[in-house]
Design a protein around this ligand. Structure first.
Ligand SMILES: [Zn+2]
Length: 155
């Protein structure tokens, strides 16, 4: 499995999901799942497959007239990388609120809730959260910037 995080587009992700599910597929197999539903032509799917091979997300081998594709990255890892990247855009002080908001949006089973509760029970609350934002990207650094008197031009 590849170590470097691989960035995949929304369309590439749709293709990867079919291959993760099937373990191995050819362009026709992907077309059967996504062609009509996404209104994609075979050429579109072949383009996406080519990009995924180039990115190192898929391996390809020729078998007779077809090319077979297999995943080189696992689904959970790609999800985790995307989550890490999303969280990197958010001020550390807004994480709790963001996660709470995500929880309110999803459906959960009894087992899911139990697992989340166990994670929460393990968390040790901290008094102060320091963020890594650049001054000016969030309001954590107002006093450090020494320009509290500066008026916002939008006011
Ligand atoms: Zn911040």
């Amino acid at each position: 499995m590849n170590q470097e995080p691989i960035k995949i587009s929304d369309s590439e992700w749709e293709v990867m999901r079919v291959i993760w599910n099937e373990k191995c597929s050819d362009a026709k197999g992907i077309y059967d799942v996504l062609g009509v539903a996404k209104n994609w032509k075979m050429a579109t799917i072949k383009t996406l497959l080519g990009r995924l091979v180039k990115k190192g997300a898929l391996s390809t081998e020729q078998e007779g007239k077809k090319f077979l594709y297999r995943p080189l990255v696992n689904e959970m890892q790609v999800i985790q990388d995307a989550t890490t990247e999303l969280l990197a855009h958010i001020c550390a002080k807004k994480m709790g609120q963001t996660i709470s908001e995500m929880l309110s949006q999803v459906e959960l089973t009894e087992k899911d809730i139990q697992e989340i509760n166990e994670q929460l029970a393990k968390k040790k609350p901290v008094k102060i959260i320091k963020c890594d934002c650049l001054p000016g990207q969030c309001d954590c650094h107002k006093n450090e910037r020494g320009n509290e008197n500066e008026t916002n031009i939008c006011n």
